[in-house]
Ligand binder design. Structure first.
Ligand SMILES: [Zn+2]
Length: 489
């Protein structure tokens, strides 16, 4: 920056850049991505342009940037250039950083773990982070003394989580239900603190299905709430999945000012295989078994895994993989049933409806496309999002909105989700023929090329409450002002 490029003044290309006569400082870019189709809905950009990066920020988006002005230039002609993909709902906490590599490999530059205390997240982040920006929500259910915990206990846990560096709270009601009263108090306490609050729907009165969606207006009062993975409550437990999805989006539409939501495009879900007292602890796991006519017990779960309906999730070769059949049963029994699991229970009809539904003002009702992936091998937001583009269900602009601009806004990340001058240099380059991300840049650093993850470092996204703790722990942190988030605006 600001160096005098006297020796280059005679190049005809460089001369065009001289707007003031004589010697002027010419911008030198650290990295230029040239010739890609830049799709940046926030700035109304959809054109073949060069993107110049300096010091981790977007410095120029122009029709042509001379190679002489770039320390490094990468030709991305024929590719689509998105603002970096923000996955607003993943799980990376467990698995020694495997989830970071799995998400970076598909172009994710920012992610939020929906259910991991900061103390549990940091070891894996230190060991395995790959240059991304990472936030985490505290899974409050795990730490409450009972299903009907009182306000003072909830306040202590929420304040502790924020001081530790969490962005906010996740209520994992669908798996481990709390009473409606306690659930409503958690939402209220989080709103009082103006921290992030996400809810996997379901209480002791309802469950992780359409009844859980119908319960939201009763729980929310005049508060704000992030409704997690709207598609997942539409698996046909109450009525036809497509009808469930239509009702779920209409409930969200009516709560438009108070809720933000996301849906994912994967076929499999994510749950726990852990059993206690002869039954799976997770109510979602019980639901999955009931859906296919299995008994919601240890015996039923063993049979479902043996039959290849349920899969346990284990790490192999630096990735998490799904294993079913007798091998899956052996792995599951070897650790006393305590393994994450997946079932192929998501309805394609409900997935399509939740991903594409719009309101009267032609805005998406479900704000974002997430994955609920990370360490769960279903990081398909770009791949299946591009399939929706090819199908004609979304435009490229709309996909960029749903995987980057909107989730950045949901989290109040004003310098992410777009490629305006001064924005963070987070970029996802997509091959439109293959329909997959082929390059990712985070904070100006190339973190993935051709599916191979090459980044390191990264930073933790926190609130002003958590900065000092993370700084003391020598962890790079940046504070977000959630008053700026779509959740609270
Ligand atoms: Zn989740």
């Amino acid at each position: 920056m600001g160096t005098f490029e006297v020796g280059l003044v005679f190049s005809p290309r460089i001369k065009q850049d001289l707007t003031i006569e004589g010697m002027v400082p010419l911008t030198r870019f650290d990295l230029v991505l040239s010739g890609g189709r830049v799709v940046d809905p926030q700035n109304g950009v959809d054109a073949v342009l060069d993107v110049g990066i300096i010091g981790g920020q977007i410095a120029a988006v122009e029709s042509s940037i001379s190679g002489a002005r770039a320390r490094r230039m990468i030709d991305v002609s024929g590719d689509v250039v998105f603002p970096g993909v923000v996955d607003s709902h993943v799980h990376v906490g467990r698995g020694r950083g495997v989830g970071y590599r799995m998400t970076a490999a598909v172009g994710v530059t920012t992610l939020v773990d929906f259910g991991c205390a900061m103390a549990d997240l940091l070891p894996g982040f230190r060991e395995g982070s790959v240059g991304q920006t990472v936030g985490a929500l505290y899974p409050i259910n795990r730490y409450l003394s009972s299903q009907d915990a009182q306000r003072c206990e909830i306040e202590t846990l929420v304040d502790g989580a924020l001081a530790e560096g969490s962005l906010g709270i996740k209520i994992v009601g669908g798996h481990y239900p709390l009473t409606p009263e306690t659930t409503a108090v958690i939402i209220d306490v989080a709103n009082d603190r103006r921290c992030y609050v996400a809810f996997h729907l379901g209480t002791t009165d309802t469950g992780s299905h359409l009844e859980g969606v119908r319960e939201v207006p009763r729980l929310i009062g005049d508060n704000r709430l992030h409704v997690a993975h709207l598609n997942s409550y539409c698996r046909g437990m109450v009525k036809d999945p497509a009808e469930e999805a239509l009702e779920a989006v209409s409930i969200m539409d009516a709560l438009d000012d108070q809720v933000v939501t996301e849906s994912y495009l994967g076929t499999i879900n994510g749950t726990s295989g852990k059993c206690a007292d002869g039954v799976p602890e997770s109510h979602v796991t019980r639901n999955c078994l009931l859906m296919k006519g299995y008994e919601p017990s240890v015996k039923g779960l063993r049979q479902a895994i043996a039959d290849g309906f349920g899969y346990v999730r284990v790490e192999r070769g630096g990735h998490m993989v799904l294993v079913g059949g007798e091998e899956g049963v052996e792995l599951w029994e070897a650790v006393d049933t305590d393994l994450p699991m997946s079932f192929p229970v998501n309805s394609p009809q409900a997935t399509f409806i939740t991903a594409t539904a719009k309101n009267d003002r032609d805005e998406f009702i479900v704000d974002a496309i997430s994955t609920d992936g990370g360490g769960n091998p279903r990081n398909v937001a770009v791949e299946r999002g591009m399939a929706l583009v090819r199908y004609g269900a979304l435009t490229l602009q709309e996909l960029a909105e749903k995987v980057s601009a909107a989730p950045a806004e949901m989290l109040g990340l004003t310098s992410k989700g777009h490629l305006g001058e001064g924005a963070d240099a987070d970029i996802t380059v997509i091959d439109p023929v293959e329909g997959v991300a082929r390059m990712a840049v985070a904070g100006g650093q190339l973190i993935m090329l051709g599916g191979v993850v090459i980044g390191d470092g990264g930073s933790i996204l926190t609130t002003s409450n958590g900065v000092s703790t993370l700084t003391e722990a020598a962890c790079p942190a940046s504070a977000v002002d959630l008053e700026q988030s779509r959740l609270y605006q």
